[in-house]
Design a binder for this molecule. Structure first.
Ligand code: TYD
Length: 214
């Protein structure tokens, strides 16, 4: 099932989704922006886990990412300082366009590296799909350079891990590109090494072709 007013940005770490989300935010003040892991309690747990402050098995991590996502999609609509914390479905059904930095495709890619791939697929199969998925395509070496210049690295930001994540994302995209499970969802691949303005123009064009807002 596709949630009509829902847009998702995905990519390996350092692909530049955050920069593009900031540009889109400035152009579309009427949209609601959100991210995973969320800022709710489950999301805070996940952030501690990503920093290595809490240790759980890889499978437990997959369950918690899915639990966090369930609040994100199906929870009460909570908006703080213009950012949607939880309740995507409820906001979309009220006519809002919601844009998320990461969604279930992150679990299908990242949690397939250290769990059996069926685990994230099973845990995420009941969530609705976005109408539009932007995949930021970048070589892991380039993304690592961008991450390194930012300073602190999380556990998922080592080069081998980035390479594996990219491989897993490619498998996920092949599973969803033009197949029965992805009916109604458009996947747009973005060359994340192109210049910022070119990328933002492409994103706006794609959004406009569906929602006619620019
Ligand atoms: P990230 O978007 O990098 O957050 P920030 O820019 O605020 O640090 O997301 C944090 C990490 O979580 C990222 O490495 C990907 C990982 N992740 C998963 O492994 N599975 C998931 O389902 C999600 C949503 C994220």
């Amino acid at each position: 099932m596709v949630l009509e007013n829902f847009i998702v940005f995905e990519g390996i770490d350092g692909a530049g989704t955050t920069t593009q989300l900031e540009i889109l935010k400035s152009r579309t003040p009427e949209f609601l922006f959100t991210a995973e892991p969320t800022s709710s309690e489950t999301g805070k747990f996940l952030r501690k886990m990503l920093k290595g402050e809490i240790q759980v098995t890889n499978e437990t991590a997959a369950y918690i990412f899915a639990a966090d996502r369930n609040e994100h999609i199906n929870g009460n609509c909570i908006i703080e300082e213009n950012k949607l914390i939880t309740g995507i479905k409820s906001a979309c059904e009220k006519g809002k366009i919601v844009v998320s930095d990461r969604y279930l495709f992150s679990s299908l890619a990242y949690q397939s590296i250290d769990c059996s791939p069926e685990i994230p697929r099973t845990l995420n199969k009941f969530f609705p799909l976005p109408r539009l998925l932007f995949f930021f395509d970048i070589e892991p070496e380039i993304s690592l350079k961008r991450i390194s210049s930012r300073g602190q690295k999380e556990i998922y930001e080592k080069i081998d891990f980035l390479k594996r994540t990219k491989e897993e994302y490619e498998k996920v995209l092949a599973e969803y590109n033009g197949t029965e499970i992805s009916k109604g969802m458009k996947i747009v691949r973005i060359d994340a090494t192109a210049d910022k303005e070119k990328i933002s123009r492409k994103i706006e064009e794609e959004i406009n072709s569906i929602y006619k807002i620019f």
